[in-house]
Design a protein around this ligand. Sequence first.
Ligand code: ZN
Length: 420
Amino acid sequence: MRHIEALAEIGRTPQGGVTRLAFTREDVAGRALLRQWMREAGLQIRRDAVGNLIGERRGKNPNAPILACGSHVDSVINAGKYDGIVGMVCAVECARVIHASGELNSPLHVINFVMEESSRFGAGYGFGSRVMAGAEISKQELFARDRSKVLMARAIQELKGWETGSKIATERTALHATHKDIDASRYDWSRVRAFLELHIEQGPVLERTGKPIGIVTAVAAPTRLHIVLTGEQNHSGTTPMQMRRDALAAAAEMILAVERIANEFVQVVGTVGVIQSEPNVINAIPGRVELRADIRSADAEAKRECVADIRRALEFIASKRGVRSEVTVLADETPVEFSDLVVSAFERVCLAQNIDALKMPSGAGHDAAHIARVAPAGMIFIPSRDGVSHDPREYSAPSDIARGAQVLLAALLDLDARGT
Ligand SMILES: [Zn+2]
């Protein structure tokens, strides 16, 4: 708890939250604290070229496969003090206990992923974990700019310069330098037996069901649709009701259709979060509307069916109202299933500790989801009060955090005992 409070002081906001965006001076300060704690836990720290921190501990059997755990310490704007931080602090705590007892056959790697949150540059989440997993990072992503017009590739080079004393690449050379750093930061997952991440739930399910631990089985992925509706803009006073092709009225029906259809599927959520209407004035029938819909599930099949149903409904509504509708798929990501190896380790440990855990999917993305594509990975959740996250009101009770740390440690020991 002392570590969590100490991190919350770095980038504290007037509203009582914390803003510690990736690749900023605040991020540097938070990471410096974390490094100190990792060293005190007996870990040897390596910084990869993009900024992921890997704290390594030799095992009693140095050739045994590696056990890895970790999370992130960067935040969104005016965030709470638990998202990512709890998982990182608990991972370090496990390392400290293991260091004190000396009991682990496998080598242990405690990983702090750089820039998990996508809020600064608006790109995909989990930049650091994607780089470590060897996923392709698009040029477009590295070209993104934050609100102060700082290029993402340049920000990566700034962090490197501040932390290692190396010369900071100019904007012109940053892209080239970053491509090289990304290639150099690919991590060898073939040596890893399992990656484990503890995280706050960021949702209400554990609290509502009274379960102290969630064992995450899969991570939902979004399908995103861009819908452009073209009707007929006209005078709102002179055009009789039956002679209209109102794009906004059609959009309204479509928004409700997305909600209704997503509701028909147990494991799917659907949201229209963006609406832009033209000309957006009080005395004209809207002629053109853009909508953006986000449909998520941890169940790939259910999501596919739901999206197909939604697309049929959109077509039906458009033709009924004489409005043209064009649908573009902005993203169509595949949900990630976590490894049975890790899920069953968490289940054994909870059973042994008499913890009534809930197996559940995650609606939010996490670093572990990217790692799951290249190595056995899994996660546990601890309860979030009122299900609130990405807000200063975010809170998890110390007793829940402690329980989570116990489960994480026990799962590492369980996998270690069964390994090699
Ligand atoms: Zn997080």
